[in-house]
Design a protein around this ligand. Structure first.
Ligand SMILES: CC(C)(COP(=O)(O)OP(=O)(O)OC[C@H]1O[C@@H](n2cnc3c(N)ncnc32)[C@H](O)[C@@H]1OP(=O)(O)O)[C@@H](O)C(=O)NCCC(=O)NCCS
Length: 169
């Protein structure tokens, strides 16, 4: 399988925050944002693999900035690294200023998707070739995050998480 570039999976979803999607402080519900990020990341993983993909894990979410009612929210997802059947997808969330059009980073998240066949069994995906400095940084850190996620899920022994352990030694 030929390797692909992260830019080939880039997926951008832009939508408003409507009244039914807010909490009592009139800010976007965390769960609504998680769903938007899951959709964008799933499309990105599907674009990279050209396969059915399922969410295997939400590895990191930082709700660093509240998103008020009426905001124009852009969710941008790109595959940062592909392993055998799994793909890490990094998602950046931006709010657009209505008057200036300037975009401010509001949140970010990292999801893991797995490509599967029609019976739901994992299948191989193409590898990825980072092009930019940021893509290379995200690629380099992805193996540590995969190992952490597997250790936390009880699917890997901490002793086998060599990349992760190297952070502390
Ligand atoms: C995700 C799923 C396909 C993994 O199946 P599995 O039998 O555990 O398969 P494997 O152990 O072979 O793992 C497959 C890949 O997923 C990765 N993976 C599994 N759990 C993971 C986790 N918690 N974090 C990171 N990666 C994970 C494995 O490392 C492996 O990656 P690799 O092939 O790139 O090395 C399976 O658990 C599943 O179908 N889950 C439900 C998915 C779903 O419905 N999501 C929507 C939520 S409602």
């Amino acid at each position: 399988m030929e390797a692909r570039y992260p830019s080939e999976s880039r997926t951008v979803l832009t939508d408003l925050v409507l009244p039914g999607e807010t909490n009592p402080l009139n800010n976007l519900f965390g769960g609504e944002l998680l769903a938007r990020m899951d959709r964008a990341a799933g499309i990105a993983a599907g674009r990279h693999s050209r396969r059915i993909v399922v969410t295997a894990s939400v590895n990191h979410v930082a709700f660093s900035k509240a998103i008020p009612l009426g905001s124009v929210v852009t969710v941008e997802a790109k595959v940062s690294r592909a392993f055998k059947s799994s793909m890490e997808v990094v998602i950046d969330v931006w709010i657009e200023d209505r008057q200036t059009g300037d975009k401010t980073k509001a949140n970010e998240a990292i999801y893991t998707f797995v490509a599967v066949n029609e019976s739901g069994s994992p299948v191989s995906v193409p590898s990825i070739k980072p092009e930019t400095e940021l893509e290379q940084q995200r690629y380099d850190a992805a193996l540590r995050r995969k190992q952490l996620s597997l250790v936390l899920a009880g699917k890997m022994k901490p002793d086998d998480a060599t990349e992760l352990k190297a952070l502390f030694t």
